[in-house]
Design a protein around this ligand. Structure first.
Ligand code: NAI
Length: 416
């Protein structure tokens, strides 16, 4: 296994500070770290983690290592890796292969280096590791017990592979647990997208027209928070049910061709391809701001924006201005990559605490049960989802009622 490939080990102190801060705010992972340390669920196993490499992910990797795993870490997006966090992990003895701003070629090199650990357990975010394991790194398949997928886009890719009967090991779709999408996709994305947009642009959201494209879990969060900031929120959808939901939540709904003319901020969160493109660029207002929060950088069609621009200028860090032939400027944030990670620190720690508790417990589930699992996409077991919810409530000092025996009986009877 090669030495770690990171930008600069001297950044470790700043990275450590960041990890310490999130650790203070991730009580579920702290609890699991103690449990894992004591019970060594991963003793003798090797795990690879490919998730946005910032402090919360670093702590997850450390928790798996505390459980006895040998861990290699890489990033799931070239612009979300924080070099100081990578350095801190290396200083603490983990293998890390990632740096901020990696080219496409370097990005896949880093993933391949991380896979050289010959993983038993794979923690993926977006599906690139699983893709490599089914293609150019097939020789590693005999060692793989299974893995967990963090996000909607990765789960879509996994399910497509499983449907064709081509998935070669069991995967748990962490994204689809209640304790994931209800909180991470909705409240996490809702807050961190606006944090990323506001710190990058330093512009007012109140009174502006904010266009949210995609009213799924992430879109709902982004729309809710935009409303709270005082924006006029417009939703674009292709699913009629989601569209009605948006109307009843109090938002304007219209096709993108119309929204394109009036939007000040555009946020894409569809998981789809080319949802903002040349027809829209032609009619956008001068100064329009485009940001993507979906997993891949394909939602805003950048090649068409580049082709239409007569001039291109970096306006501020993470803001690229494109001048149209008629003099209008259109601004693209963070190269069209997830704005909350590429131009921010990602979701709040308390939110990732739930998502990563699910990851850690799902990884433990695979370590213990892989022999009885088939090569398909599994939901997170309900008892894990419930357990994480209970731990979270406990960490917030909130207790709830339990059903009495009579109530339980009533709820499971046919009404006699
Ligand atoms: P979802 O499946 O709940 O919602 C996606 C919505 O987009 C659906 O309602 C769908 O009808 C709509 N849609 C699809 N194509 C469209 C199009 N061409 N035009 C308009 N609407 C369209 O998915 P979720 O969980 O909201 O995730 C969305 C994306 O965000 C995924 O790529 C996911 O991986 C990513 N994600 C990003 C996070 C972040 O931190 N930025 C966090 C979690 C997920």
């Amino acid at each position: 296994m090669r030495e770690s490939v990171i930008r600069d080990i001297h950044l470790a102190n700043s990275g450590r500070q960041k990890i310490e801060w999130v650790k203070k705010n991730m009580p579920l992972l702290r609890y699991l770290e103690e449990d894992f340390k004591k019970n060594q669920y991963f003793k003798g196993l090797r795990a690879v983690v490919c998730v946005h490499l910032e402090a919360k992910t670093a702590y997850l990797a450390k928790v798996l290592a505390a459980g006895g795993a040998e861990v290699s870490v890489t990033g799931s997006n070239p612009l979300s890796t924080q070099d100081d966090v990578a350095a801190a992990l290396v200083a603490d003895g983990l293998k890390v292969y990632a740096w901020y701003g990696a080219t496409e070629k370097e990005y896949f090199e880093h993933l391949n280096y991380a896979l050289d650990i010959r993983p038993n357990i794979v923690i993926d975010d977006g599906g690139d590791l699983v893709h490599l394991l089914h293609g150019e790194r097939q020789e590693l398949l005999p060692d793989v017990f299974g893995g967990c997928e963090e996000t909607t886009t990765g789960v879509i890719r996994l399910k497509a592979r499983a449907k064709e009967g081509l998935l070669k090991f069991p995967m748990i779709s962490v994204n689809d647990a209640y304790c994931k999408y209800l909180f991470d996709n909705r409240y996490g994305t809702g807050q961190s997208v606006w944090d990323g947009v506001m710190r990058t642009t330093n512009l007012i959201v109140s009174g502006k027209n904010v266009v949210i494209i995609g009213y799924g879990w992430c879109g709902k969060g982004c729309a809710m928070r935009a409303k709270g900031l005082g924006a006029n929120v417009i939703v674009c959808e292709v699913d009629p049910i989601k569209a009605i939901e948006a109307v009843m939540d109090g938002f304007s709904v219209m096709p993108m061709n119309e929204a394109a003319k009036i939007g000040d901020f555009f946020i894409t969160v569809t998981g789809c391809n080319r949802v903002i493109y040349d027809e829209h660029y032609k009619v956008m207002k001068n100064g329009a701001i485009l940001a993507n929060a979906g997993h891949f950088d394909v939602e805003i069609c950048i090649p068409e924006l580049e082709a239409m621009a007569v001039e291109k200028k970096e306006m501020r860090k993470n803001i690229m201005g494109y001048k149209m032939a008629d003099g209008r400027w259109i601004h693209l944030l963070a190269e069209g990559r997830l704005v909350n990670l590429a131009a921010g620190d990602g979701h709040p720690a308390e939110i990732m605490d739930m998502s990563f508790a699910l990851q850690a417990l799902s990884a433990k589930h695979i370590a213990q049960n892989h022999k009885n699992m088939e090569n398909k996409v599994y939901e997170v077991p309900d008892e894990i989802d419930q357990y994480v919810a209970q731990l979270k409530l406990q960490s917030m000092g909130i207790s709830i009622d339990t059903l009495t025996e009579a109530q339980r009986k009533y709820l499971s009877s046919w009404g006699e």
